[in-house]
Design a protein around this ligand. Structure first.
Ligand code: PBG
Length: 337
């Protein structure tokens, strides 16, 4: 090949007048043409409820702190004042067993927190995570049989757990265990128990991810052996994720969730294109921890990075976003990046 002589870049005739920068000249112009924006009212704050709270300052990840029922009620009040009107509850029991029976105990931390929150702030949307991993002594998301997690023996336990949370007053139950047919089992249990109005937010495409570490430390829910790859999805599979979403939609899910969020924006976008149901995304503990850790070193601005990430998740197609930044990004905080 002959070397080509350097040339002045010529403007193509049809783009000669195009100056995209015109509409970026100042903030008011940029606001007029902004295509998307996430709102505090679409955020869901995860809350960990335990019998004993953490020592103050026990974690550098304050949104992962364990709270008592009273502490959770106080936090809900604070969130509500900042425009965040939804919480996702996880329970940390004081005792665990092979079945995870603490999950459906009506005196457990989650049912007590649901009742207390509904009493003090009835307008706040209360979503209860439904999984056994915080309650089993082996840390898996279902009961064991033959050295693996037994799908079908786990289903009635999840259904019972969901019913207990519905009884306590949860608006939404959110099965996160990735058992096949968990949504169908929960829907029929709720309907049979006279709770047809309780919605199901399905963790439909939940990937086996390395970004769950801080959550497992906070919830004490790491598996005692093996990993979760026989039930959570393989991160390489987008088409399989769409199939999981489809199954949950057909089993009666009201909202379909993709988790984690930022590493799976393509799945969120595909889910939004394919389904008419609202799409949720979970910006998980590792996503939160990465931004906090970098900010603690002065490498990036925490609030700006959090807003930019949440904006991307929203732009990809999530209408509700579970985020540990919810408590920091309400209306009281400073402006956009
Ligand atoms: C329970 C559950 C997990 C998360 C949400 N629900 C942990 C896991 O699957 O190991 C992770 C959330 C996070 O990392 O923020 N099954």
């Amino acid at each position: 090949m002959l070397p080509t002589a350097p040339r002045e870049p010529a403007l193509a005739a049809d783009t000669a007048g195009a100056r995209p920068r015109r509409l970026r000249a100042h903030a008011s112009l940029r606001e007029l043409v902004a295509e998307s924006e996430f709102r505090p009212s679409q955020l869901v704050a995860p809350l960990f409820v335990a019998d004993e709270p953490d020592r103050p300052g026990a974690t550098e990840l304050p949104a992962l702190a364990r709270r008592t029922v009273d502490g959770a009620v106080r936090e809900v009040g604070r969130l509500r004042d900042s425009g965040v009107h939804a919480v996702l509850l996880f329970g940390i029991p004081s005792r665990k067993d092979a079945q995870g029976s603490g999950a459906w105990d009506p005196r457990g931390p989650v049912p007590r927190a649901i009742r207390a929150i509904k009493e003090h702030a009835p307008d706040v949307a209360v979503i209860a995570d439904v999984c056994l991993c915080e309650y089993t002594d082996h840390g898996h998301c279902g009961v064991l049989g033959d050295g693996t997690v037994d799908n079908d023996r786990t289903l009635p336990l999840l259904a019972r757990t969901a019913s207990a949370y519905a009884d306590a007053g949860a608006d939404v139950v959110a099965p996160s265990g990735m058992m096949d047919h968990q949504v169908g089992a929960i829907r029929s249990a709720l309907d049979t128990a006279g709770q047809p109005e309780v919605a199901i937010l399905a963790y439909a495409a939940k990937f086996a991810s390395s970004f769950y570490g801080p959550f497992r430390d906070a919830a004490g829910s790491s598996p005692a052996f093996g990993d979760r790859r026989t039930y959570q999805m393989d991160g390489r599979n987008r088409r399989e994720a769409l199939r999981e979403l489809e199954l949950d939609a057909r089993e009666g899910a009201d909202v379909l969730m993709v988790k984690p969020a930022l590493p799976y924006l393509d799945v969120i976008a595909a889910a939004h294109d394919r389904f008419d149901l609202p799409i949720a995304a979970y910006q998980v503990s590792g996503e939160y921890a990465m931004i906090r850790a970098a900010a603690a070193r002065g490498w990036l601005d925490e609030e700006a990075a959090a807003r930019e990430s949440l904006g991307a998740i929203q732009r990809a197609g999530a209408s509700l976003i579970v985020s540990y930044f919810a408590g920091e990004l309400g209306s009281g905080s400073k402006g956009r990046p």
